[in-house]
Design a protein around this ligand. Structure first.
Ligand SMILES: Cc1cc2nc3c(=O)[nH]c(=O)nc-3n(C[C@H](O)[C@H](O)[C@H](O)COP(=O)(O)OP(=O)(O)OC[C@H]3O[C@@H](n4cnc5c(N)ncnc54)[C@H](O)[C@@H]3O)c2cc1C
Length: 474
């Protein structure tokens, strides 16, 4: 089968390599034209012009589902990452250093992960993809429109390829949209007369303010016991990178205008100094970037089957083009990797001979593989924003809800270091583990949490909002 993949981001390249590995002829079209620099470390990080991905220089955790997928499906990429300096670690290494994980248990290797800055990940993927048989990667080629074919479902366009901005028609049996969170495929489908996907986008989300650091002697500070921590009105994500670099991001509600002062380096440092788990990360070493702001971090989702019918046939969306989730959880690449596997596996069943069945089956498999994760994260966002709103009110209150899931997740966050099984339940969520025995059953999880009698407000010990605002001079 001839496949065109829109976008050479991580998910587009992972999918392209898996499909080429199965014998399909794959063409990847990528808008950004800059060649991948023949460099590593900082030179690669600074030198690669990549305007197509806003978060290119923002921190990225390669959580266990990414490594699991690479090990199983694309071992050359795993090797290339390591050769280029990605660091192997384990979700439980942090807690273990702080004496909170107990001994290593059989099975803990399922929490293995890697850390590297994103340009290194993309360079490793590019290196392996360009050496792949049956895979052509064309950078500097923007897809401008979809080519219509003969309808397979009444009143729904069938896509038989793409038209580039230069007017070149690239024909395909299947178009895979991996063009990221701002995918224009919905608009392109509407141009063909399709209703377009049903798009859900949360009104609000989070903003992040990130700074990278390095020490003069190349040493790295102890990373905190967990990557992320949620304080009263801010969350933090600490990420080790390659080449002795680490980063710290402070996430706030996009509704919280006062805390946008964190964009100023002086305010950022004064706020971070108050956050017990991560203060040392900004005091050790020297900043190697300014405070970098990232907005537009709302959860989004595009549904391509509406009222039981596909909005089009011959085109499927994967990765961020299908859904984006809160980056504070660092699960975008994990979800994208599993999505690419799900697509490859579905095509192995031969269902692509029937474009309508393919569209319906892919929607179904997407929903069963990733739907609960996406919805769980979107629900978390909604509650967390409301929790922060309650603290921002003229008379601050404690946020409460009858959504039991929120209480379980938030309590698990707070209690994960107090019970090794709860820690592993937390890690199993971050590793997107499924299947028998992968996670504690919900009832058991709830019962264990209940033993601690925890009540809202949840959160790490740290400054109140008033203390935070006073420190940053607002
Ligand atoms: C601040 C931030 C931090 C994050 N941190 C993490 C993390 O720690 N861990 C994690 O797993 N995830 C993280 N994510 C999420 C992660 O960045 C995304 O999930 C991931 O980039 C999705 O990959 P993708 O290939 O689907 O899309 P993208 O990476 O967005 O790639 C899309 C590609 O398509 C190209 N393109 C777009 N339009 C066209 C067109 N018309 N023609 C041709 N090419 C086109 C673009 O140039 C781009 O190269 C983070 C996100 C943000 C915003």
């Amino acid at each position: 089968m001839d496949v065109v993949v829109l976008g050479a981001g991580p998910v587009g390249l992972m999918a392209a390599m898996m499909l080429a590995g199965d014998g399909h002829r794959v063409t990847v079209l990528e808008r950004d034209g800059a060649p991948v620099p023949d460099a590593s470390g900082d030179e690669l990080w600074r030198g690669w012009h990549r305007p197509g991905v806003n978060q290119f220089r923002h921190p990225h955790l390669l959580l266990p589902a990414v490594l699991r997928t690479l090990s199983a499906e694309l071992p050359d990429v795993e090797r290339e990452l390591e050769t280029r300096g990605a660091v192997r670690t384990n979700l439980l290494d942090g807690p273990r250093r702080f004496g909170q994980a107990g001994a290593r248990l059989p099975g803990d290797e399922r929490f293995a992960m890697m850390t590297a800055r994103r340009p290194l990940l993309e360079a490793a993927l590019d290196q392996v993809a360009t050496g792949c048989d049956r895979l052509e990667l064309r950078r500097g080629t923007t897809v401008a429109a979809l080519l219509p074919g003969h309808e397979r479902v009444p009143l729904r366009p069938h896509v038989r390829g793409v038209l580039t901005r230069d007017g070149e028609a690239v024909h395909a049996d299947l178009v895979v949209d991996a063009s990221g969170r701002n995918s224009a495929v919905g608009r392109m489908l509407r141009d063909l007369g399709a209703p377009g996907p049903l798009e859900e986008r949360a009104e609000d989300g989070f903003l992040a303010y990130t700074r990278y650091f390095r020490s003069a002697d190349g040493s790295v500070p102890e990373m905190p016991p967990a990557h992320s921590a949620h304080y009263a009105c801010v969350s933090t994500v600490a990420t080790a990178g390659d080449a002795g670099v680490w980063s710290l991001s402070v996430g706030i509600s996009s509704r919280d205008r006062a805390l946008r002062a964190l964009a100023r380096p002086d305010a950022w440092h004064r706020a971070v100094a108050l956050l017990p788990q991560v203060a040392h990360l900004a005091a050790y070493g020297e900043p190697v970037t300014d405070v970098m702001a990232m907005s537009g971090m709302e959860s989004r989702h595009r549904a391509f089957v509406v009222d039981g019918a596909p909005v089009a046939t011959g085109v499927l969306s994967i990765g961020d083009a299908w859904a984006t989730t809160n980056p504070l959880f660092g699960l975008g690449l994990s979800m994208g990797a599993l999505h690419a596997v799900a697509l490859r596996d579905l095509l192995r069943t031969g269902v692509h001979d029937d474009p309508e069945k393919l569209a319906l089956s892919f929607a179904q498999t997407t929903e069963s593989t990733l739907g609960p994760v996406r919805r769980g994260l979107a629900d978390w966002d909604r509650h967390r924003l409301a929790e922060i709103d309650a603290l921002r009110a003229a008379v601050p209150t404690v946020y409460d809800t009858d959504d039991h899931t929120w209480h379980v997740r938030r309590a698990l966050d707070t209690l994960k270091f107090r019970d090794p099984d709860l820690l592993r339940a937390y890690a199993a969520g971050a590793a997107l583990l499924t299947g028998p025995g992968a996670r504690l059953p919900d009832a058991e999880l709830a019962a264990r949490i209940a033993r601690f009698g925890l009540r809202p407000p949840y959160g790490e010990p740290g400054p109140t909002r008033t203390e935070l605002l006073a420190a940053i001079g607002v």
